[in-house]
Write a protein that binds this ligand. Sequence first.
Ligand code: DGT
Ligand code: CA
Ligand code: CA
Length: 581
Amino acid sequence: MVNHELARIFNEVAGFLDARRVAFKPFAYRRAAMVLDGLDEDAAEIYSRGGLKALEDIPGVGQSIAEKIEEYLKKGKIDYYEKLKRQLPVDLGEITSIQGLGPRRAKLLYRELGIRTIEDLEKKARAHKIAGLPGFGEKSESAILSGIEFHKHSVGRSLLGEMLPYAEELVARLKELSEIERVDIAGSLRRRKETIGDIDLLATLADGGGLAAKRVMDYFTSMPGVRKIWGKGDTKSSVALEGGFNADIRVLPQKTYGAALQYFTGSKEHNIALRRMAQEKNLKLSEYGLFAGKELVAGETEEGVYKYLGMQWIPPELREDSGEIAAALAGKLPRIIGYDGLRGDLHCHSDWDGGENSIIDIVRAAQKNGYSYAGIADHTKFLRIENGLDEAALQKRNVEIDKINDLLEKEGGGFLVLKGCEANIMPDGSIDIDDAALAKLDYVIAGVHSSMKMDKEKMTRRIITAIENKNVDIISHPTGRLLKRRDGYEIDFEAVCAAAARTGTALEVNSYPDRLDLDDQHIRYARSKGVKMVIDTDAHDIRHLKFARYGIAQARRGWAEPEDILNTLPAKELLGKLKKY
Ligand code: DGT
Ligand code: CA
Ligand code: CA
């Protein structure tokens, strides 16, 4: 997919334009980047299908951006972007990934101190050169240093939501090869970790033979999108792909494929614990199989390996050596929620608050997804930049929802649009919109969207005050973290869960790829305290509805069962569980 690379370029173009204080255009580029990132079809395919006109049909892509896409497809680069880069030769994407540094400040840092990269930035910050610059200070200098620390931990890892679609595409391409019998995603990606180091693929061949394996290696290392070959062997190769991802493939014998799949799925910690357990039973477990002495006793299937060890098969999402082995031995693994377990999404933003799609479009997409309800949770008035709705606008929107529900009823029923909102939790814990307006809704989500740098005690009190509000049913993205960008705000999560359990307030598992908030640990803790959760997507575009699988993955990693997740219920029962009812 070139979409990813184009999105990266357009985001960077937006940054360069921001740095020059150009109005409006940055917004257009960012929007195009967002749309391209969510697109199912490769821009190269769209272009070959219908040329420039077809590119212009992509929402958010006008003539000028379409021409740049065309230029990229033809020449592999975009002159306009190259020119902007020459004028401000700074690794903008990297520097602005540091919390608190926008394009304009990056430009200032370049002009004043010649900072081009994160290394330059770190040097100058350590030498106390930044605190004295206009608009900076001691505080922002130390914030930059802690931002750099954070960046160091997350660099090199990609979001599950970026990596999984990419890996699935590789799998689909490999499946087209006649030599290949079976191909699987292994590693952290199969375990659906929230960030991924590299893509690990495993394959078996239709009929052994070294020549067939060689053909797979040739194919893999010369696929479109391969930027660099790290290694190419007879049965194993490793490449770097556009977008900065690395991928490995291993071709393995059928007879022990299950043992290899088990081994290369990991986690390393799970494997080590499992191997130790096998040893205690006088068995030897490795990627080559499970052996009693010299005899291979299991290995063709993964199920067979776990079974021979006297335990339940463990879903990959649980393989982190955090109690799953003991549970599987006792036959007591949780019956975790399935990927088809949701009946609706409660966190969709419509065009009423500047989202991409109308309510009826959201309904159609949700129906296509197999859902029986969609909850419209538009922003409320405090968030002016997101077109937050005030009381009157919310009321108008409710009237439209009523009309749509009438229409759906006439179509035969079976689908319900729910009236919600995503209100703002103000620093004192109050909600930015009148109680009377909230009371008219089916449910209320509330979240923190401002003043995030509060101390732990204050932030905890802020959120608990919202939880105690009788109109608030769900807390969105409860910890506020953004993967690879910022840690969550400081909260006493135990106290938040205690308040949620006491009041019957649900916590959200936000499926948006850079949020995944709550995370697995929080989910596991919350369910142990009887806190109910909802998995939703925070969709600002109907394409985002498919993000639900990332939230579900997170819930599975948190050992959540269907009973823990309220939107596994039909609409009526769901509403019955929310505290307003
Ligand atoms: P990543 O790529 O950093 O997100 O994490 P993984 O888990 O995909 O790790 P990776 O790609 O280094 O290795 C893939 C799997 O191979 C890993 O999950 C378990 C297995 N593995 C790798 N190294 C070792 C090892 O030293 N011991 C054991 N037991 N297993 C290993
Ligand atoms: Ca990996
Ligand atoms: Ca690997």
